[in-house]
Design a protein around this ligand. Structure first.
Ligand code: 5GP
Ligand code: ZN
Length: 161
């Protein structure tokens, strides 16, 4: 509980918000912690000391897999920098392998952060989604409109320089 108090003090989140975000779930209650560390069996296609990669149980397409770190990070904002680099390099390698093995026509890397972005499991993961012509997976958004004023405002808000 002391640990929870510290996190609450540092983030100002309510307990319910913290639980929802998975920050204090740890290995005992997080399904991806259990799967990644071998506590629950999975259809593993790759494993090393940092990650397990296993097939999604409700795949968007044939071969949909998840790169999951063995250590619990709720999302991209928490993820260790070194692991972020390793995850993207691993994604590149596995995408190449899956393209050869499955003969897919395209490939999506998808990574959701927060319920608003569609995240349902609050343990960082990177989706590897092989795409096939006419697969109907529907990973898309409705293209919006933006004015030149809004573009300028956004550049001011976001740009680092
Ligand atoms: P998110 O929506 O959080 O980005 O993605 C969570 C993904 O995990 C979903 O695609 C869902 O199908 C998958 N998933 C949820 N529970 C399990 C599970 O117990 N085993 C496996 N293999 N995949 C899961
Ligand atoms: Zn976890």
């Amino acid at each position: 509980m002391e640990q929870i108090g510290k996190i609450r003090q540092s983030t100002g989140d309510t307990l319910a918000e913290l639980i929802e975000r998975g920050r204090i779930m740890g290995k005992e209650n997080c399904i991806f912690c259990k799967i990644a560390n071998g506590g629950i069996p999975s259809s593993t296609i790759y494993e090393d000391e940092d990650f397990r990669v296993f097939l999604d149980l409700n795949p968007a397409t044939k071969g949909h897999a998840l790169i999951v770190p063995k250590v619990h990070y709720a999302d991209l904002f928490e993820l260790d920098d070194e692991l972020a680099v390793k995850a993207i390099l691993l994604a590149k390698r596995l995408a190449e392998r899956m393209k050869d093995a499955l003969g897919c026509d395209g490939f999506n890397l998808v990574q959701n952060n927060g319920a608003a972005a569609g995240q349902t499991i609050f343990h960082f993961h990177l989706h590897l989604i092989p795409r096939y012509e006419q697969d109907g997976a529907g990973i898309a958004w409705n293209p919006g409109k933006v004015s030149s004023e809004e573009l300028k405002e956004l550049v001011q808000l976001i740009s680092e320089t």
